[in-house]
Design a protein around this ligand. Structure first.
Ligand SMILES: [Zn+2]
Length: 298
């Protein structure tokens, strides 16, 4: 596909024919975790119903009996995973997948076929009902033993958290790798929580071409990227995430970070810094959005 602006020959690039749906990343999952903390922390599960046993949920038969009566003791986010810790050494491990979300679902709410589970939490007179809705069914809810979490491959293999890793550790994590930076940033085993939107945005802000090999990026630039990642993720969390498709917080409100996006989803539109058209190109199987002029480090 050819970009419409600028020298056309310069911007010929291979692109996906279909548009890639964005997935909830660290800021969106953190926003959901915060919404859940506000609503259900310290409350007891009054009822838990699994409405579609075919949804990716373990313990479908005794889901209700295992959860009912447990108290929510903590809500943790690890990478893009949500961990709702319960009393009696239980954790409800949740991944939002592509379209998973928690929605407020009190008695006036009409459940539909995409609401795979329904929960009622209560403490004294404070009552919260939530449905887990997942239209595309890539998300999951699994009940696990809390003390076995660290042995679950999906959790145990996660890399460090981008918001807490030190600059020095970040540089050490990437500087020796032969891999290209874009897929390395998306690799949850290296760093947990970053997906396509924030990888594209932070590489643009750091001036790094997405096809640059990690080992070819100098230390100062990696330090700058570390700073930009932390700043961008914090700003996105304070904006309640990015809604490009259908993500929303537990309050049902869309995020606001989409208005700050500089490259993601802006294929063919002028770069805010230099005016050149933003390119969308498939790199390691995923759409990468970048500016060829501003992202010259390679
Ligand atoms: Zn530019």
């Amino acid at each position: 596909m050819r970009a419409k602006r600028g020298n056309p020959n310069r911007f010929i690039t291979q692109t996906h024919s279909r548009k890639e749906a964005p997935l909830p990343e660290l800021p969106e999952v953190e926003t959901v975790a915060r919404g859940l903390r506000e609503r259900i922390l310290g409350k007891k599960i009054r009822s838990a119903k699994l409405r579609s046993p075919k949804h990716k949920t373990e313990n479908p038969r005794n889901f209700s009996s295992l959860l009912t009566g447990k108290t929510v003791t903590d809500i943790e986010r690890r990478g893009k995973h949500l961990l709702v810790h319960l009393s009696e050494n239980k954790t409800l491990w949740c991944h939002l997948g592509m379209t998973g979300r928690f929605v407020e679902a009190d008695s006036a709410y009409k459940l539909d076929k995409h609401d795979h589970a329904h929960f009622v939490f209560a403490k004294g007179k404070s009552y919260t009902a939530l449905a887990f809705r997942d239209v595309r069914k890539f998300g999951h809810l699994r009940l696990v033993h809390t003390d076995e979490l660290s042995t679950l491959p999906e959790i145990a293999s996660l890399g460090p958290e981008p918001l807490t890793i030190s600059s020095q550790d970040f540089v050490a994590l990437f500087s020796a790798r032969k891999r290209v930076i874009k897929p390395a940033l998306l690799d949850q085993h290296i760093l947990a929580g970053i997906g396509n939107i924030y990888a594209d945005e932070t590489l643009h802000a750091a001036g790094i071409h997405p096809q640059t090999r990690c080992m070819d990026i100098d230390k100062t630039t990696l330090q700058a990227l570390h700073k930009i990642i932390q700043k961008t993720l914090k700003k996105a969390i304070s904006s309640m995430g990015t809604t490009v498709d259908n993500y929303s917080g537990v309050n049902g409100e869309p995020g606001k970070f989409q208005s700050y996006l500089k490259v993601y989803g802006r294929e063919g539109q002028p770069c805010h810094k230099c005016g050149a058209p933003i390119i969308r190109e498939v790199i390691a199987g995923r759409s990468a959005h970048y500016c060829e002029i501003c992202q010259s480090i390679r």
